[in-house]
Ligand binder design. Sequence first.
Ligand code: ZN
Length: 58
Amino acid sequence: MGGEKKVHTMCGLGKDLKGKALAEFVEVVRKPRFYCERCHRVARRKKNLCQPVRLPKP
Ligand SMILES: [Zn+2]
């Protein structure tokens, strides 16, 4: 695991998502607009990623 940060990013999330955290996760990744170059994750908001790159429109 990496260092702990207060910033809530998709990149730092573990596998044990439950309840509200899971619902939020689903909401953020459902229609991704950004991709993390470092962690290869997607999210709707830039702030949820550590190295966000805008995804091309479909
Ligand atoms: Zn990342």
